[in-house]
Design a protein. Sequence first.
Length: 299
Amino acid sequence: MSVRAELSRWLAGETPGCVERDVRCASASGLHRMAYTQWGEADNPNVLICVHGLTRNGRDFDELARAMASEYRVICPDVVGRGRSDWLRDPSSYVFPQYVADLMVLLARLDVESVHWLGTSMGGVIGMWIASQEDSPIARLVLNDVGPLIPVDSLRLIGEYVGRAPKFESYEDAEKYVRLVSEPFGRLTDAQWRHLTEFSLQHAADGRLEMRYDPAIGDPFRHELSAGDVNLWPIYDCIRCPTLVVRGADSTVLTRDTLHEMAIRGPRPQTAEIPGAGHAPMFLDASQIAVVRDFLLIG
């Protein structure tokens, strides 16, 4: 199938093996819809939630979801402002309390006692917030290249592209851009880059291609940079569920020093490093998926 045909299939919401659903959530400025992708048997009580990074979407987890769908009902949300989800009327609501509230609505919709949670970067921070609460529904937690101390310098680098609204005349131009800003994902195949690009795009009103997220998500993000390093140790130290922390070996977001301290604090997690990756490993190949699978299913 051609790249153009694959892109058209994505924009039409056609992907074998999964179904697209949504849940209604609320913010201070009104109601909004949060979309999610569901893999596996709809009545499977064993649920794995996979939550993406800042500018990404739930389709980042397609390969992992396929690999886990025989054991889990795998739920991959598009956090509000990304992917198929609505954009907020008030951009100041693109903050973690809103994201946590939306994900709690999703958990209530799923109507299960507990879940396993994999969060990449932003998705990991959301997971830490929920897992730190008393009687948290998160029974196992995977933090992908994020921890309780995030250096502000690494966030400034992310802030250089978050919130931009580039337009592309061709798919090829769009893929070049995605490869550039996502270089820390590591050594990916052409097919993997094509997958990430296709699910990152939408048609703009003028017919060109644009990134499939609200550029306004960058406004609160950049505003918070003035506060310096992000310190979430008090939250992390309250986590008690079995936890795995995955670090890209070249990451500047989750430093090796922070990883070492995480290993002796809070949930005292298992740790793993992914060679050749920075921020963040994408779980698109069997070796990376095996790291998560072994922890979730074997312990």
